[in-house]
Design a protein around this ligand. Sequence first.
Ligand code: GLU
Length: 292
Amino acid sequence: MRLNRGLVVSAIAVVGVLGLSACTDSEQAAPEPEVQEEVEFEAGTTMAELNEAGTIKIGTKFDQPLFGLVGPDGTPVGFDVEIGKLIAAELGIAPEDIEWTEAVSANREPFIQNGDVDLVIATYTINDTRKEVVSFAGPYYIAGQDLLVPADNPNGIEGPEYFQENPDAVVCTVSGSTSEKNIQEYTTNIIAAAGYSDCLEPVRTGAADALTTDNVILAGLADASDGEFIVLGNPFTQEPYGIGLALEDTEFRDFINDVLEEAYDSGAWAEAWEATAGVVLDTPEPPSVDRY
Ligand code: GLU
């Protein structure tokens, strides 16, 4: 009897681990973008430097199914990764020549400011505070903050007001994110983790009553949980996802915005979505880029 229980527990643990690694066939790459062989850029631009180097460093999430989830070979998959491949291809850089670095929410601005990465594509909300230190191309998607709870929603949570009305309730989120800032308007009882996947265990054990962040991140985590968690489906913010790059590199930002618009028109953006996030979520209309 005890042995059986042990086996069940370890089987669940294995499923849990597998649930957060890259899937074998469903959540995969879009058709490889055509890599520009003959492209030329004005000398001195970031585009010319990267094209000459033949490689680009991109920071993305490694623990977010559908957007950026690292596989056993160390290469991430997801919609953010596909957006990175589309930009690299227009710079004349093949997907295998992209250097992927794990970004967490709190290190995205310093990564860009220190030149550790050329781009951050990591469910990264464009906002005025961040625009003071980095520039953004995009948006290339608009998410909304929501809540993830156990599938039976034992506390009957319907939205963030629950945390205002129940000051003892605990919510888990990630430090350095807009999710953390936004939920602070409702409660101070917050567990601030490094990554969203770190919040699943607290929600599982009841140490936290919910996990809060963007609905599409939560959708990926819920989908990978095999029915253990649900997303409320009641978004309470707007989170326009941008591509972070060095402050005031306007030529590079314009170039990336052009790449996005071309990908909207050619259908490459929709193909990238359908091969990744679209496995779980409906395909939206692409948002207009904001050439601020
Ligand atoms: N989009 C929000 C942000 O940029 C939350 C998701 C994340 O932390 O990556 O902060």
